[in-house]
Write a protein that binds this ligand. Structure first.
Ligand code: ADP
Length: 490
C-alpha cells in the first residue's frame, strides 16, 4: 500500500509530545512491512534541522488557493532517520510556521487549516495518489472534509482517510472564517449538527467532529480510551458523534520505537543492558546522579518525564515528589509546561528544593537527557487524570523503570498491578492506583518503595518481567495495516 501521513509533529525533528513518536514509529513500521510511506509536515523554523538529511526543495511553485487568491509555497523533501518527509513552506506575510514555537498562537486554526489545504494541493498537483491518507489530531482534521467535499471531484476520489485522535481535549473549535479561507464556503452546509457544527457552540465548527464524520476509519490510541471517550466525560463532548459512527471507530494501543528506545544500543546512555543482564542499569543510575547532582545513597530513584499539563495530574506529581523524598526515595522530574503559571510554580519549587540532595527538577524539554532518566530510574510515575495512551510507562518498562500509574486509558491497558492485577503473577509489570488523589498515589508508591527495600530479588523479577514485554510497533503496526487494508479502495 501507499500511505501518506499528514501530521503536525514527527519525531525527532518536530516533537512536542507522544504524537511525534507515533507518527515516526508507525511510519517506520509500515515501511518495514513493505509499504511505501511518506510524511507531510509543516516546515517550522524551530525544527531540529540537524535531524534531517539531504533537505532540498522538491516542488518549487505550488500555489495553494487561499481566500480569493493563492499562497506561493515550496515543498521541501528530506530524510528523517530513513523516513521520507515533505515539508510545507508557505511564502506569505503570515509566516505561518516561522513563529519559533509549534503551537500557542492565536491563529493556530488558520495555520493548520492552511497546512491541510497545502498538503492536499501538493498531493493533487504532484500526482501522488496514496491508497490511504492518515491524519492525526485536530491540526490535520480538516483533511478528510477537504478531500471528500473538494478534492475527490478534482481527481482524488480513490483516496481514503484514517484519522487518529491522540487527545480529545484539543478538538479545533473554529469559526466560519476557515471555510472562506480554504474555499469550502457554504457555512449553512458545514454548520449542520450532523456535519461539523459544534454541539455546544452554535457559532463554531468542530474540526475533530468533522474528521469523525468524513473519515473512513477513526482510531484513538488505546482500546480503553476508545471506550472512555464514548461512555465517559473523557470524550469532551464528542461521545455522541462517536456513538453515531461506532462502526468505524476503535482503539489501537500505541507502540514505541524499539530502535530509538533500546537499552542495549542506546547511545545516550553510558552503560548498556537488557532484560537478561540488567545489572549495568545501575551504572546509568550513578551517571544520572552525577549529571543531576543527586547524592549517592542506597535509595530508589523515582522519576517523572512529561509535559506538566493539568491532564498529567500536576498536583499529584508534586505530591509524589514530596512523598518520595520523605520516604526514603529520590525524585527526578524532567518536564515543562505550556502554561506559564504551572512553569513558574515548578521553578519556584525547584528553587525551594535547590539544596535537597535527593531530588532534581529539570524544567525544559531534553530528549537526550530523557534517555538517561529512564535508564537511571528504578521507577517512573504517571499519575494522569486522563491518558489516551501514554508512552512514558512503556519506555519505562523497556528500560527497567517499573511504572507506577493511575488506571486510566492506555495506562490501564499497558500496566498490570503486581499485587492486585488480573494477569498471572509472572506477567504483572508495575503498580496501579485508581483514585486521582493523594491517598491513591501514596498507596501505590509505598508498595513499590517497600518491595524495592524489603525484597530486592522480587523487585528485580518485577523489573525483568516488564522488560520482557513487547510494546514495540509490531502488534499495533499489524492492527493499523489491517485498518488501512480494510478502508482502501480495492
Ligand atoms: P503526551 O503525548 O501527552 O505528551 P506521552 O506519554 O504520550 O505524553 O508522550 C510523551 C513523550 O514525550 C515521551 O516520549 C516522553 O519521553 C517525551 N517527553 C515529554 N516531556 C519531555 C521533556 N521535558 N524532555 C524530554 N522528553 C519529554
Amino acid at each position: 500500500m501507499y500511505v501518506v501521513m499528514v501530521a503536525a509533529e514527527c519525531s525527532p525533528v518536530a516533537k512536542v509530545g507522544g504524537l511525534a513518536d507515533v507518527v515516526f514509529g508507525l511510519a517506520r513500521e509500515a515501511e518495514l512491512r513493505g509499504h511505501a510511506v511518506e510524511v507531510i509536515l509543516p516546515k517550522y523554523d524551530c525544527m531540529r534541522y540537524d535531524q534531517i538529511w539531504d533537505l532540498h526543495p522538491s516542488y518549487h511553485d505550488l500555489w495553494v488557493p487561499w481566500y480569493g487568491g493563492a499562497i506561493h509555497t515550496t515543498v521541501w523533501f528530506g530524510f528523517v532517520h530513513g523516513r521520507k518527509c515533505y515539508f510545507v513552506d508557505p511564502h506569505s506575510r503570515d509566516s505561518f510556521f516561522n513563529r519559533r514555537r509549534y503551537y500557542g498562537h492565536d491563529d493556530d486554526p488558520m495555520r493548520f487549516a492552511f497546512f491541510c489545504k497545502a498538503a492536499l494541493e501538493f498531493l493533487l498537483k504532484s500526482g501522488k495518489r496514496p491508497d490511504v491518507i492518515h491524519t492525526h489530531d485536530w491540526q490535520t482534521a480538516l483533511v478528510p472534509p477537504l478531500l471528500f467535499e473538494m478534492y475527490a471531484r478534482g481527481g482524488m476520489h480513490r483516496q481514503r482517510v484514517v484519522h487518529t485522535i491522540h487527545n480529545f481535549k484539543h478538538q479545533g473549535i473554529v469559526s466560519e472564517e476557515i471555510l472562506w479561507a480554504t474555499g469550502l464556503g457554504r457555512p449553512e452546509h458545514f454548520f449542520a449538527k450532523d456535519r461539523m457544527g459544534d454541539d455546544f457552540n452554535p457559532t463554531a465548527m468542530n474540526l475533530t467532529k468533522g474528521a469523525i464524520l468524513y473519515s473512513n476509519f477513526v482510531t484513538t490510541v488505546s482500546p480503553r480510551h476508545a471506550w472512555e471517550t464514548r461512555f465517559t466525560e473523557q470524550g469532551f463532548g464528542l461521545g455522541h458523534a462517536l456513538h453515531c459512527h461506532q462502526s468505524k471507530y476503535g482503539g489501537v494501543l500505541n507502540g514505541i520505537d524499539y530502535d530509538t528506545w533500546n537499552p542495549q544500543t542506546d547511545w545516550h546512555i553510558p552503560h548498556h543492558y537488557d532484560a537478561r543482564e540488567p545489572q549495568a542499569k545501575y551504572g546509568n543510575k550513578e551517571a544520572l546522579r552525577d549529571r543531576l547532582w543527586i547524592r549517592k545513597e542506597y535509595k530508589p530513584i523515582i522519576s517523572y518525564v512529561g509535559r506538566l499539563d493539568p491532564q498529567k495530574g500536576v498536583h499529584l506529581i508534586r505530591h509524589a515528589l514530596f512523598h518520595a523524598i520523605g520516604n526514603g526515595a529520590q525524585f527526578v522530574l524532567l518536564g515543562e509546561s505550556p502554561d506559564s503559571a504551572i512553569n513558574d510554580y515548578f521553578f519556584h519549587l525547584k528553587y525551594h528544593l535547590n539544596d535537597n540532595p535527593d531530588c532534581h527538577l529539570e524544567l525544559r524539554f531534553d530528549e537526550d537527557l530523557s534517555h538517561l532518566v529512564y535508564a537511571g530510574s528504578d521507577m517512573v510515575i504517571v499519575p494522569s487524570l486522563y491518558e489516551p495512551c501514554g508512552l512514558t510507562q512503556m519506555i519505562g518498562l523497556r528500560y527497567g523503570a517499573v511504572p507506577i500509574v493511575r488506571s486510566v486509558g492506555g495506562l490501564a491497558d499497558s500496566v498490570d498491578d503486581r499485587d492486585y492485577g488480573w494477569k498471572p503473577s509472572h506477567e504483572r509489570n508495575g503498580y496501579v492506583f485508581h483514585d486521582a488523589d493523594y491517598g491513591g498515589v501514596m498507596s501505590a508508591m509505598n508498595r513499590a518503595i517497600g518491595l524495592w527495600y524489603d525484597y530486592p530479588h522480587e523487585w528485580r523479577r518485577l523489573m525483568q518481567q516488564g522488560m520482557y514485554y513487547d510494546y514495540s510497533w509490531n502488534y499495533p503496526g499489524h492492527h493499523y495495516m489491517n485498518i488501512y487494508d480494510y478502508v482502501r479502495d480495492k
